[in-house]
Design a protein around this ligand. Structure first.
Ligand code: SAH
Length: 398
């Protein structure tokens, strides 16, 4: 078992942790012993040393660890992980049963009781992501528990805690069957090519499932669809399958071109009938405005933060301007699908960005629907701040 150290909370953080807030903030600790190692178990106590919870020490963004249990007698061992995984799996029996969706999240960090750990299912393969060295120290117990509680084909892992937030290329295979990539998974009947052993990303962001479905079912038929920050073109595929007249995918990463061709191809869509542009979205906006292009649907799904040679883009500062650019090239009565995964602001704040942009452009709008994380990305009801995904379908009114 990992070593245990007592962590005394500052008085003002006691109530929060005692009530179930799962993240141990850096400033919540009265004293942190400098020599403490990641993965050390924390006996979290009140200033009078009375037990509150057990957690682990692991550095991740603003936190120094996560609460694991508030039962003082609970050992953090394989049986502990088995119990957590069983609970998580039992919440997702419907996903396991579906034939037309074969990829989903099985374990969503703090939403399933263990911050810093996520597990995704891809047609029998399990992808385990570790967000700190601390949680990675429990790796053996986690894999053993996963094998015990599932019927798996193989396990892959992502160590998402390397220096400077940079993902270090590595072989992500752990054990079981060696995957043949691309692996073709299904999502609401659509095919998506994924690769579990090719860098930080897999080819698809599973948290956008409901948004892709809505785009396909309600907003694509006969429409021109611009997909910005398109990555592998997952939204473009959904739009094309929904009967879009034409999709245009824009991403500056060179790899987005072959990956988008692949996503279209595995769905039997002729990619030559679609537009795929490898370029900066902001240059594309100028190009489109110059040529007076208008799209019926514009998808905005930028990374939280991006830096190119010419500029930096941060969603928390620049989203209003991004929507203004989109308004310029959206047809009258058209739709802007604005998405962000930036956890530093909430839906309410996101809507103020939308409002600001439309006011600036003197246009009226109506939010037709909004999405946050789907059901399999379990979140804690009391702490909406962990529900990082925010998507609004905004109609530009005449
Ligand atoms: N919308 C995608 C995911 C986007 S990931 C999906 O649903 O799958 C973010 C993408 O933005 C990356 O592929 C990155 O290459 C791209 N990107 C970042 N800055 C960009 C810019 N200025 N112009 C175009 N693409 C950009």
């Amino acid at each position: 078992m990992n070593h245990v150290v007592e962590l005394i909370l500052k008085p003002k953080f006691v109530a929060e942790i005692a009530n179930g807030y799962p993240l141990i903030l850096k400033e919540a600790a009265e004293s942190t012993n400098e020599t403490i190692e990641e993965g050390t178990l924390l006996k979290i106590v009140r200033p009078n040393r009375k037990y509150i919870a057990t957690g682990y020490y692991g550095k991740q963004n603003k936190g120094i660890g996560w609460v694991l249990t508030n039962d003082p007698s609970k050992e953090i061992d394989e049986a502990y992980f088995e119990e957590k995984f069983k609970q998580a799996i039992s919440k997702r029996v419907d996903f396991y049963k579906q034939d037309d969706t074969t990829a989903f999240r099985v374990f969503n960090g703090e939403g399933d009781g263990i911050g810093g750990l996520t597990i995704d299912y891809f047609d029998g393969f399990y992808l385990v992501s570790f967000y700190s060295k601390g949680i990675y120290s429990f790796r053996d117990a986690i894999f053993a528990a996963l094998k015990e509680t599932t019927n798996l084909r193989g396990i892959y892992e992502k160590k998402r805690f390397d220096t400077n937030g940079q993902y270090v290329e590595q072989d992500d295979y752990v054990e079981g069957e060696v995957g043949q990539f691309p692996l073709i998974i299904k999502e609401n009947g659509m095919n998506y090519a994924v690769n579990l052993n090719d860098g930080a990303m897999t080819g698809i962001f599973l948290d956008q499932r409901n948004v892709r479905l809505a785009l396909r079912e309600k907003y694509s038929k006969g429409k021109t669809v611009l997909n910005t920050f398109s990555y592998t073109g997952a939204f473009s595929v959904a739009a094309a399958l929904g009967g879009a007249y034409e999709t245009t995918s824009v991403d500056l990463a060179k790899r987005s071109l072959p990956m988008t061709i692949e996503q279209f191809s595995v769905n039997g869509i002729d990619y030559e009938q679609q537009q795929i542009k490898v370029m900066n979205v902001f240059d594309y906006f100028s190009y489109a405005a110059r040529h007076q292009l208008k799209f019926d649907v514009v998808v905005l799904d930028p990374p939280s933060f991006a830096r190119t040679k010419k500029m930096t883009f941060s969603t928390s500062k620049d989203y209003p301007k991004l929507i203004e650019d989109a308004i310029e090239i959206t047809a009258s009565n058209g739709l802007i699908i604005a998405s962000t995964n930036n956890a530093s602001f909430n839906m309410k704040k996101f809507k103020t960005f939308i409002d600001k942009a439309f006011k600036e452009k003197n246009k009226r709008y109506k939010i037709l629907e909004q999405h946050q994380l789907p059901e399999d990305f379990a979140t804690l009801e009391d702490y909406p701040e962990f529900n990082y995904l925010k998507v609004c379908m905004i109609q530009l009114l005449k």
